[in-house]
Design a protein around this ligand. Sequence first.
Ligand SMILES: NC(=O)c1ccc[n+]([C@@H]2O[C@H](COP(=O)([O-])OP(=O)(O)OC[C@H]3O[C@@H](n4cnc5c(N)ncnc54)[C@H](O)[C@@H]3O)[C@@H](O)[C@H]2O)c1
Length: 356
Amino acid sequence: MSPTVLISGGAGFIGTKLANKLAGTHRLVLLDNLHPQVHASGAWPTNSPENAKRVLGDVTESAIWLEAVEKYRPEVIVHLAAETGTGQSLTQSNRHASVNVSGTAQLLDALSTTGHRPEALLLASSRAVYGEGLWESADGSRYYARARGEAQLVAERWEPFGPDGEEGTAVAHDARFVEPRPTNVYAATKLAQENLLSAWCTAMNVPLTILRLQNVYGAGQALENSYTGVLTFFATQAIAGKPIDVYEGGGIVRDFVHVDDVVQAFVSSIEKTPADGFRLLDIGSGAAGTLLDYATQLAVVAGSPAPIVTAKFRLGDVRAAYADIQSARDEIGYNPAVSFTEGVTGLLDWARVGSV
Ligand SMILES: NC(=O)c1ccc[n+]([C@@H]2O[C@H](COP(=O)([O-])OP(=O)(O)OC[C@H]3O[C@@H](n4cnc5c(N)ncnc54)[C@H](O)[C@@H]3O)[C@@H](O)[C@H]2O)c1
């Protein structure tokens, strides 16, 4: 009999794509509360697999996890449900902490209460855990950049500083040696999820995979949710025929990874259990660029006006983020395949339909 996969956040952007990918080979249970910020219609996505069982409820409620775990005894659990607003998390800390941290603890308690031990547990973590990350000075010395406060950003001093006030170049995120140092509440809760799951899974001998995702994009990301998905926001502006507004002087560095590649990373991780019971990987596209580069490419594909660089900023954003994906290549055969032009074309086609 095919294994059962329980996907929390299974009605979301990544969850729906993952569910469709697994639908032919696995039995599926999708747990989701259809969060109004993500699902404005209040309904399950029309492209959610029809043969999947649906559990409607909130991850902070123990009864929901108990129902899903006891009834379906999933061999694999993929934990995606989360509050995901980076900027929003600074003003709604309790909501982010409650859903992301307490919601994860409720999953663990449901497993303990039922005595059920999945064969694999997977978490979608985030590159956000690195905060401003590791930087390198011109002389080759490395330092963890200081968080950028409001005063620094208002003064348009975009680059983060080192301990002695130096500026440098960002080093790629690599979980093997770059320490997590969250600079917003969302990031802190994602790191807490990682820590809760690793502590429990080690003690209970449940294999755990943590994927730290860079910026995921593609068709299907909620257009109406203004708190996530910068490329979706750019696409909406381009489709309206407006010049894209690019913050922080255009120089923010990001690594946009297509959702199909992210789904492939989850599928490969499900197929290959970590050898020593634990796996922590950085998942990106293998490339990095400035937001101005990406906005310009998107505007060309969309046929919209050239982007406008502004001095606007969002507190809690980091200046540079991109991943070294070599560990993922070695460990799970990860090989991102969707080019930016291809991915953005699909995003624009989908957003055009979604925005009429
Ligand atoms: N999209 C990205 O760029 C990105 C990057 C890094 C990490 N991640 C992580 O990937 C995961 C999935 O992200 P996504 O982009 O698919 O987001 P999404 O918002 O599209 O999906 C999240 C899903 O979780 C559900 N949800 C939210 N709160 C819930 C609750 N209290 N109880 C039950 N369900 C709840 C929502 O209704 C939604 O369907 C998240 O954990 C996020 O932190 C995403």
